[in-house]
Design a protein around this ligand. Sequence first.
Ligand code: SAM
Length: 262
Amino acid sequence: MEVLHELCWLAHDNRIALCPEEKYRNVLDLGTGDGTWAIEFADMHEEATVIGVDMHRFQPTFVPPNCEFQIDNLEEDWTWSGCFDFIHARMLSGCFKKPRHIVSSAQLTPGGYFEVTDILYTPKSDDGTLVSNSPLRTWANQLASAAREIGRPLIGDASEYLDMLSEAGFVDIHVVVKNLPTNSWPNDKTLKEIGKISSLALELETISMALFTHGLGWDPEAVIATCAHVREEFKSPDVHAYFPLIIVYGRKPCRPGSVEER
Ligand SMILES: C[S@@+](CC[C@H](N)C(=O)[O-])C[C@H]1O[C@@H](n2cnc3c(N)ncnc32)[C@H](O)[C@@H]1O
C-alpha cells in the first residue's frame, strides 16, 4: 500500500472514508494524484463508477473497470454534465487559490456527500517538548508564509472547511481530528504505528522544495539543508510532536436550502 494512503487508512480507523457508507453510484476523487484512493474505492465498491481527476497524468494504466482517470484543472470551470453522489478530496491543502470555490463547485445529487481530509502543517505537542522556536515550528511557519506568498494558502484549521461546507449549503457536517505523531514516540499501539508511517510519508523535501524556492526564493541547497535539520527533530523520540489530520464531511440537503435540513 502506498505510504500516504496507508497513513490515512490507519487514521480513518481502517476505513476508506468516514462519511456514511452507502451504495454510491458516481464518485469523484479530486486531485487524485497516483489514484491509489480511487482504485481502492472502486475495488471495494463494484457498484460505483469512480472518476479520479488530476492536472497531472501519473496514474496507472491498469485499473479496475469501474475506475477511470481524467486530466483536468479543477480551478477551471467543471465540465461534468451530471452530478456525483460522493466527492472526495484528500491532501489538497495549498493546491487552490480559492478552495471555497472548489467546495461550492461540488456537483452533488441531493443527499450526496463531500469529504475532505488534510494535514494541518501546524505541529503541536502537549508536554512542551516542541519548543516555540524549534526547527519544526520554524519550518511550519516558513511553509505557511511560502504558500501565502504564491497565493495558495494552506488550510490552517478544520473550521475553515466547516465554514466552506456550511456556506455551500451542506448539512450534517462532521469534523474529526486525528493526530499524526512525528515518529513512533507514543505509547499507544495505533498511534505508534501511525507515527512510524508518518516519519516516512511526510517527506519534508517533497513538501518544501517548490514552495520554498518559488514562494521564498530559497536555493534548493538551502531547502535541503533546512529539511535535514528539521528531520532531526522530526525523528527525535524526545520530541513528542504531532500534526493534526482533519477529516470534514457533509451532506447535500435532500431539499436544497430547506430550513428543516439545516
Ligand atoms: C498532495 S497530492 C494528493 C494526491 C491524492 N489526493 C492523495 O491523497 O494521495 C495533490 C494532488 O493535487 C493535484 N492538483 C493540484 N492542483 C490541481 C488542480 N488545480 N486541478 C487538478 N489537480 C490538482 C496535484 O497534481 C497532486 O496530484
